[in-house]
Design a protein around this ligand. Structure first.
Ligand code: TYM
Length: 340
């Protein structure tokens, strides 16, 4: 079955677990805005049900949900053109997730590398939610019968699992109900790495704040973090091939390229042969100039939480208008009685 039988629709989400990083911004958020601006119907969600798969302080979770909403808008998601909402306000996600828990196989979930990373050594102590997490993600995407999912590289495996769930559902029930959603992983920084260790992903849960740029960092903090970023002592190479075996150098070049909207080749043709003592301040200037307006907008939006709640309420109504008939049809296909 091809996706051509389905209207194109974009779905993506981010967890409100702590603040957003430059990785979230360059790996995903920027692409979301581009896709919205291309005029494709776009649905963007704050996935608070995913966040509680690990412990969240309730008050901090409420606040982070609003902050992530503010970050989406500050980065250019327009709540009148995109549907912008919060997952728990649209109960169809949890309803469909249960059905997908019954479609997905243990063997599939056992292969998920994110679960292995997040559960760590003591897997017995991980929540069932953390294990079943990809089935909820599949429900997010498929409740809208979305065809395209812009994400960073670390989410590719989950989108592929979503395709497996869609295919098994269609096959088991003899229907062509769900599309096969495609991951959209594009740009120079689909995997932004830690500033302290170029082999580790930049992450909001890293214990070291120096490892990441947060969207709410001020200009001085951003400059300091780039200045102190770990690097080797060689000058920059003049071509990307010279970045082989130099993960920290590669990361900084990719970040520069992604923010400037150019290729790594272009960055190296300008900075090849130059020392990090020259490149890092240039990168800090570029990043602060680019992020300052986003941060300022985010702060302004956070000053009016009632307005954020209004936007989320409106978004939830519009999201439910799409998701409810889809989930009602799924109930019907599965043989579950839904009417009262
Ligand atoms: P989350 O909240 O971890 O990350 C949100 C988005 O940011 C991307 N990202 C990165 N990209 C590049 N470099 C990095 N260092 C980096 N860190 C994060 C992620 O790839 C993601 O696109 N399971 C998802 C949330 C989710 C979702 C969905 C996504 C739930 N339902 C449905 C798409 C569709 C997650 O935990 O992302």
């Amino acid at each position: 079955m091809s996706n051509e039988t389905f209207e194109p629709r974009v779905f993506s989400g981010m967890q409100p677990s702590g603040n957003l990083t430059l990785g979230n911004y360059l790996g995903a958020l920027r692409r979301w805005v581009e896709m919205q601006d291309e005029g494709i119907p776009t649905v963007y969600c704050v996935v608070n049900l995913h966040a509680i798969t690990v412990w969240q302080d309730p008050e901090a979770l409420r606040n982070a949900t609003r902050e992530v909403t503010a970050a989406y808008i500050a980065a250019g998601v327009d709540p009148t053109r995109s549907i912008l909402f919060n997952q728990s306000q649209v109960p169809q996600h949890a309803e469909l997730a249960w059905i997908f828990n019954c479609v997905a196989r243990l063997g599939w979930l056992n292969r998920m590398t994110q679960f292995k990373d997040k559960a760590g050594k003591d897997r017995e102590k991980a929540s069932i939610g953390l294990y079943a997490y990809p089935a909820l993600m599949a429900a997010d995407i498929l409740a809208y019968r979305a065809t395209h999912v812009p994400v960073g590289e670390d989410q590719k495996q989950h989108v592929e699992l979503t395709r497996d769930i869609a295919a098994k559902f269609n096959h088991d029930f003899g229907v062509e109900f769900f599309p096969m959603p495609e991951p959209v992983i594009k740009g120079a920084a689909t995997r932004v790495m830690s500033l302290r260790d170029g082999t580790k992903k930049m992450s909001k849960s890293d214990p070291s704040d120096m490892s990441r740029i947060n969207l709410r960092d001020d200009a001085d903090t951003i400059a300091q973090k780039f200045r102190k970023a770990r690097t080797d002592s060689e000058p920059l190479p003049s071509e990307p091939a010279g970045l082989e075996g130099r993960p920290e150098a590669r990361n900084l070049v990719n970040i520069y390229a992604a923010i400037a909207g150019v290729s790594a080749e272009a960055v190296l043709s300008e900075y090849g042969g130059r020392a990090f003592s020259e490149f890092k301040p240039a990168l800090a200037d570029l990043a602060t100039a680019h992020l300052a307006p986003v941060t300022a907008r985010m702060r302004a939006l956070m000053a009016d939480p009632a307005e954020i709640d209004r936007i989320l309420g409106d978004g939830a109504n519009r999201a439910a208008e799409i998701a409810e008939p889809v989930v009602a049809q799924v109930y019907d296909i599965v043989g579950l009685i839904r009417s009262r």
